[in-house]
Ligand binder design. Structure first.
Ligand SMILES: C[S@@+](CC[C@H](N)C(=O)[O-])C[C@H]1O[C@@H](n2cnc3c(N)ncnc32)[C@H](O)[C@@H]1O
Length: 267
């Protein structure tokens, strides 16, 4: 007799605050038998697990899957195949499983690789992706700064290779989000400066997490490089009349926020 194959749920658990997880995700986390999360090969920390922990029953098995941080494509593909195999093995035993990721499950997420691999290698498996609040959406809300308005456009790009991705666009949008702005940050700042368009730039690290920092003078990142959980929102100046000076409160350049959670993780 054929055993029923379980369903895989790809869940984005939001950027940090455990209250910023969807009700749908919480319901699924309450009923799946296994929760998978990515960690590096160096340790088994998972920020996604720390965020989702309050919503995962104690009896649920949490399994860390290690993914190497390497540029070796062969090694990377090998780890996707191995980790997809581990997940498939649970599903074919009839268990439902969730793969949790920080922020949104469809935005620069390890789940994307697992999803593509399982779709290709085991197309009989049912996969349901549940969106989460992306870090840049949470950052915009944290800063009380609309991301896009009216007819404006938004470019979301990676800062891993410094400012090159931004330089490549001949038509610059009114708003840019630079994710993974932890490496080559000086070059990112140069690229933002080169365009001469983005007068309103803010960096935010660990949004909604202990140690959250909001940096309004990006040059500070050149002195003290930001951590992995950092993104930059750059906006063109609006042609609107600013409010009267006496109603404005100037923001300090570097602001440490009250911790919301009492944990630290790396992935
Ligand atoms: C691998 S991507 C994951 C993106 C995630 N899936 C999302 O939807 O936000 C990692 C990058 O996301 C950004 N990020 C994720 N969580 C963050 C947070 N709480 N505060 C600031 N940036 C964050 C950083 O730019 C980090 O380098």
């Amino acid at each position: 007799m054929n055993k029923k194959v379980g369903t895989l749920y790809g869940i984005g658990v939001g950027p940090g605050d455990p209250d910023l997880i969807t009700l749908k995700s919480v319901k699924i986390l309450n009923r799946v038998q296994v929760v998978f999360a990515a960690s590096s090969t160096k340790n088994s920390h998972s920020l996604a697990v720390n965020i989702a922990k309050p919503h995962i029953p104690e009896t649920t098995s949490i399994r860390m899957l290690s993914f190497p941080m390497t540029k070796d494509e062969k090694e990377t593909r090998k780890s996707w195949a191995e980790n997809a195999g581990i997940i498939i093995n649970e599903l074919i035993q009839g268990k439902d499983a969730a793969f949790i990721t920080v922020g949104d499950s469809m935005t620069y997420s390890t789940f994307g690789y697992i999803l593509n691999h399982i779709k290709a290698s085991a197309p009989y498996i049912t996969i349901e992706s549940i969106p989460g609040i992306a870090s840049y959406q949470a950052a915009a809300a944290r800063l009380n700064t609309p991301l896009v308005e009216g007819e404006e456009s938004l470019l979301v790009t990676s800062g891993v290779k410094g400012g090159d991705r931004l330089r490549q666009f001949s038509v610059k949008p009114e708003n840019v989000v630079l994710m993974k702005a932890y490496r080559n940050v000086e070059d990112i700042i140069c690229a933002v400066d080169e365009t001469g368009l983005f007068q309103d730039c803010v960096g935010i690290s660990k949004c909604g997490l202990p140690g959250e920092e909001i940096v309004t003078d990006l040059k500070e990142f050149a002195i003290r490089p930001p951590n992995y959980w950092t993104l930059i929102i750059a906006k063109q100046k609006k042609k609107v009349t600013p409010p009267e000076a006496e109603h404005r409160i100037d923001r300090p350049h570097r602001r440490q926020a009250e911790p919301i959670l009492e944990f630290a993780g790396s992935m």
